[in-house]
Design a protein around this ligand. Structure first.
Ligand SMILES: Cc1ncc(COP(=O)(O)O)c(C=O)c1O
Length: 477
């Protein structure tokens, strides 16, 4: 695999391919265009989540099975998006479909606990080497609740997150997701840059930003906030700026620093958990955090979230430690006084539909023996794309961690958000529409990546590589 910069691609050629492919996309998908026009009269941007929209308009989908998905015009795609990484099990896996049919016929919401919920919590404990689990409904809720537990446990209020990291859409973490270059500040002390309008200025002071893969700078930042940081939250592989793995020893160093500073180390495994390995990034990198956030693939396609961790920390939901005498190095409690336990609530938490979906997905589909095959498929795709990049000397490189990967159209290897700024968005867009028009669906964002499932095949991977090669021929021919 080469990390050479690659040739400069003629910009006019990129834009003429992009124009032509976008026109072909419009011609193939009139029903999606009409639905989007109608949706704009009913929903801002015409979608339920702003992530779902892109220019000229998103595809509207009607059906999906296995590794395939169909749009409203009946076009079939091999799905390499897999719902932003929700579907390592594939669409409507037969085992899941059967179990959910039984479940739907027997009630989908009780707001009373179920045995499947207990069994799912036990399965998660086993995989991640943790003591206790709580369920929620999304990754956002999981990180929001884990942060509150960390605050209750430590009696502190600040959170350290990494520039370029996405942890959901609550105020604590919707900060410095992809800040503008002129707003991000020096790398030694990055600014806390809101990623949304409507963010109270007071929230920004509670979220301290650090650069990913820069352990010495992280140590300095922690020193400047000694005694204040409740949690260090990190996505072990930064999967919201393409694919950016941790450098050797980075996560282990975070573990040491969190312990030294009495902060709770939270791994946001919403994308990595049960996908890159049976026990997620925790197992893959061999570093045990205090709390782990899960969502997406653990539910096989049904909404779910969870957080899990060390008993001592999780038990803040039952009773917070005495902050005067907890012995974990706090100087003072910065939190509003009075409450003695961390509230973790939610009408739909642990609902029977999600619990059954999670249990079947983890115990019958994404079993330990599923992972070698997932990795093999991903290696085939990455190796094939890299061979095309090398053959045509394209600017970029192919990369994966487990069954999640992408082609990074950047002039150099990306080690943190600041390197990503050289990404060629037009080249990415040209490749997205080129592939989509030939039945290969990627996530609609240059900062996202493909996810493979247990239902993908070698033949589908080879079709992707052949289509990507045809794109390279046109681009450089
Ligand atoms: C790493 C990470 N954390 C948290 C979230 C939020 O999850 P959700 O969209 O289920 O709220 C996401 C969503 O993409 C994510 O990628």
């Amino acid at each position: 695999m080469t990390s050479a910069p690659g040739r400069t691609i003629d910009e006019t050629r990129v834009s003429s391919i992009l124009d032509r492919e976008e026109a072909a996309y419009r011609a193939r998908t009139p029903r999606s265009a009409a639905l989007h026009a109608r949706a704009r009269q009913a929903m801002p941007l015409g979608v339920a989540s702003s992530f779902q929209t892109y220019d000229p308009y998103p595809l509207f989908m009607t059906d999906a099975r296995g590794s395939r998905i169909w749009d409203a015009d009946g076009n079939e795609y091999v799905d390499f998006d897999m719902a932003f990484g929700v579907l390592a099990a594939g669409h409507s896996h037969p085992l899941l479909a059967e179990a959910l049919q039984r479940r739907v016929a027997n009630g989908t919401c009780y707001t009373f606990p179920t045995e499947d919920g207990v069994a799912l919590a036990e399965e998660i404990k086993l995989r991640f080497g943790t003591d206790l689990v709580r369920f929620s409904n999304s990754g956002t809720e999981a990180t929001m609740d884990a942060i509150r537990v960390a605050r209750g446990f430590t009696g502190r209020s600040k959170v350290l997150k990494f520039e370029g990291g996405y942890h959901g859409h609550h105020d604590d973490v919707l900060i410095s997701i992809q800040p503008a270059r002129d707003a991000m500040g020096p790398i030694e002390a990055p600014n806390s840059v809101p990623a949304t309008a409507g963010m109270p200025a007071s929230r920004l002071t509670e979220t301290v930003i650090a650069p990913f893969n820069q352990p010495e700078l992280v140590a300095d930042i922690l020193d400047r906030h000694r005694g204040e940081i409740a949690a260090i939250i990190v996505e072990p592989v930064q999967f919201n700026i393409g694919v950016v793995p941790p450098s050797e020893g980075f996560l282990a160093r975070l573990r040491e620093l969190a312990t030294e500073h009495g902060a709770v180390l939270i791994f946001d495994e919403v994308k990595t958990g049960v996908v890159i390995a049976y026990g997620g990034a925790t197992e893959y990198y061999g570093v045990q955090p205090d709390l782990i956030c899960l969502a997406k693939s653990i539910g096989g396609g049904i909404p779910i979230g969870a957080f899990t961790g060390r008993g001592e920390v999780m038990r803040a939901i039952e009773q917070v430690p005495d902050h005067g005498a907890s012995g974990i190095g706090m100087e003072h409690s910065t939190l509003a006084g009075g409450a003695t336990r961390v509230a973790h609530l939610g009408t739909f938490n642990g609902n029977p539909l999600s619990m059954t979906a999670g249990l079947v997905t983890l115990t019958q589909i994404l079993t330990r023996d599923a992972y070698p095959r997932l990795h093999e498929l991903a290696e085939r795709l990455t190796t094939g794309c890299q061979a095309v990049i090398d053959e045509f000397d394209l600017p970029g490189y192919a990369i994966n961690v487990g069954p999640k990967g992408c082609v990074m159209f950047t002039p150099q290897r990306v080690t943190n958000y600041r390197d990503l700024i050289g990404l060629d968005g037009d080249l990415w867009a040209a490749s997205f529409f080129y592939l989509a028009n030939r039945g290969m669906l990627l996530p609609p964002g240059a900062d996202d990546q493909w996810t493979l499932s247990v239902q993908h095949t070698d033949e589908e991977i080879d079709r992707y590589i052949a289509t990507f090669r045809a794109f390279a021929v046109e681009l450089t021919g």
